[in-house]
Design a protein around this ligand. Structure first.
Ligand code: B1M
Length: 211
């Protein structure tokens, strides 16, 4: 097995020490950092994603793999110009106003990052104007919103209204998700996409960008 395959396997296993060591070894061997990222680190998450979707891996294991990928990224990222990293797209994401739940959002971020997206995390309890400012600052193609409470679902609609009012609605695609959210609700509030889980979120983001 090549070192790149070993690295992908170590990411899949969530073996932080092995990921750090193998990434450093590959850098020392002169392997292109982008190959290390794509084939080793994202390669490992590509093993994770279908297993998670098939119910063969669970949230804590996925988070461990994603953390392992991040540990490797910390080694290689300083060696690559930000502009050289072939991102699949840029996503600004946050949990909406009044809502402090972030476990699901963080999982969505990890899966998006493993799919090659650059993700800007706005955190929790993000007011509509927080999303608007982030769109102006980061110019993402996609805005993601998460809500876990029935009482905060409507903050998604308020956020979409604020984005519209700021004249930015045609600049971004909006994807929503979270336990109480459904495709019907997403349609009702005028979102462009809905993800039932983290994998579905990645799939809808890719689909929206390919349109
Ligand atoms: Co809260 N809580 N909580 N809570 N909490 C729920 C959501 C609740 C269902 C529990 C219950 O009563 N059975 C209930 C909501 C009821 C309702 O609204 N109908 C509830 C409540 C009431 C509350 C408080 C009001 C409790 C109180 O204080 N009285 C309070 C509210 C605080 C606030 O937000 N203002 C509160 C607080 C908390 C904690 C802080 C203690 C903690 C959050 C910690 C944290 O997130 N850092 C917490 C937790 C952990 C839960 C439960 C137990 C678990 C949520 C979770 O993390 N699930 C939850 C009950 C439950 O779900 N069993 C509950 C795991 C996570 C991986 O799943 O977040 O659904 P989920 O994310 C999924 C998908 O939904 C989707 O992908 C993810 C991965 O597959 N997804 C997206 C999520 N975001 C997406 C975005 C996308 C696409 C997909 O596109 C952008």
């Amino acid at each position: 097995m090549s070192k790149l395959n070993n690295l992908a396997e170590a990411v899949f296993q969530g073996d932080f020490t092995e990921v750090k060591n193998l990434t450093q070894q590959l850098v020392d061997d002169g392997v292109d950092p982008l190959i290390i990222i794509n084939e080793g680190l994202i390669g490992g998450m590509n093993i994770v994603a279908p297993k998670f979707k098939a119910g063969e891996m669970f949230v804590p294991e996925v988070m461990k793999s994603a953390k392992a990928m991040h540990i490797g990224m910390e080694v290689v990222k300083p060696l690559v110009a930000e502009s050289d990293i072939p991102y699949a797209g840029k996503v600004v994401i946050g949990t909406v106003a009044g809502d402090l739940h972030d476990i699901g959002k963080n999982l969505v971020i990890m899966i998006l990052e493993s799919g090659g997206f650059k993700v800007i995390d706005l955190g929790v309890d993000v007011p509509p104007e927080g999303f608007v400012e982030a769109i102006k600052k980061h110019e993402p193609q996609i805005v993601g919103m998460s809500a876990l409470l029935t009482t905060t679902m409507m903050a998604m609609k308020d956020t979409i209204n604020a984005i519209e009012k700021a004249g930015l609605r045609n600049k971004v695609k909006i994807v929503v998700g979270g336990a109480p959210i459904s495709q019907d609700f997403a349609n009702e509030i005028g979102a462009d996409g809905y993800g039932a889980d983290a994998m579905a979120a990645k799939e809808i983001c890719s689909k929206l960008l390919s349109r």
